[in-house]
Design a protein around this ligand. Structure first.
Ligand code: AMP
Length: 226
């Protein structure tokens, strides 16, 4: 099918910390399609000193979800923009059954076919260790980990040479526990929904970043990188 990835429309789903963001960034480069992270959109909004920004900041700090109405409108408007016309990866959306149903309607209205929903599977014990150790470059967003992925030179980003790094405010034990509960309760029901639609593929996300990326490429029928 899409051997170069153009025209691909993909949902990456799975528990927090399963590697959706990392894999979406790799797939974006490989397939030249847009990476839409609802978490990143919400974090940008939460930095604003507005009533919405303050509400969102409080919700994100507790590991609670934004409302379906708001997030559905945000995604629907975002995929109309020019940079999504060659395809997109949805990272972190849909996160509830109503969001999954709304996505289906939105795509029908816009004449877009969803190619695949990929669930990246990682057990909870591994997730906590991954999330509590992760941080990223404040300049280019490149992700690192205290134990599994350190910059080659201490304190210097491999990609852009930046020297300032940050951890996400919601990457603390209490909030991650809440995010995992919300994942099981609210997001997990979307998995059988997509399975019934014949769209679901599951990928083991416990290996290296590269091995998971190769499995995703295989599922999507993308040509192997040389
Ligand atoms: P993420 O960057 O995907 O881990 O998302 C960070 C946080 O943003 C989540 O813990 C939720 O609180 C919120 N969030 C992200 N995507 C959604 C969504 N589709 N619906 C509701 N809340 C979301």
């Amino acid at each position: 099918m899409h051997t170069d990835g153009s025209g691909l429309h993909v949902v990456l789903t799975g528990a927090p910390g399963c590697g959706k963001g990392t894999q979406a960034r790799i797939l974006k480069e490989r397939a030249h399609i847009c990476h839409l992270s609802t978490g990143e959109m919400l974090r940008a909004e939460a930095q604003k000193d507005t009533p919405l920004g303050r509400d969102l900041k409080a919700a994100l700090d507790r590991g609670e979800f934004a409302t379906d109405e708001m997030i559905i409108e945000m995604v629907s408007n975002r995929i109309d923009l020019d940079d999504c016309q060659n395809g997109f990866i949805l990272d972190g959306f849909p996160r509830t059954l109503p969001q999954a149903q709304a996505l289906e309607k939105i795509l029908v209205q816009k004449g877009i076919k969803l190619d695949r929903v990929i669930e990246i599977q990682v057990p909870d014990e591994i997730i906590m260790e991954r999330i509590l150790g992760r941080y990223s470059c404040m300049q280019c967003g490149q992700g690192y980990h205290d134990k599994f992925l350190k910059p080659k030179v201490y304190g210097v980003c491999d990609v852009c040479g930046g020297t300032t790094f940050a951890r996400r405010r919601d990457d603390n034990r209490a909030t991650v526990q809440n995010r995992l509960v919300n994942y099981r309760m609210l997001t997990y029901p979307t998995i059988p929904y997509f399975e019934k639609e014949g769209l679901l593929s599951c990928v083991d996300g416990t290996g290296t970043i590269e091995s998971t990326a190769a499995k995703i490429a295989l599922v999507l029928g993308l040509a192997q990188k040389r």
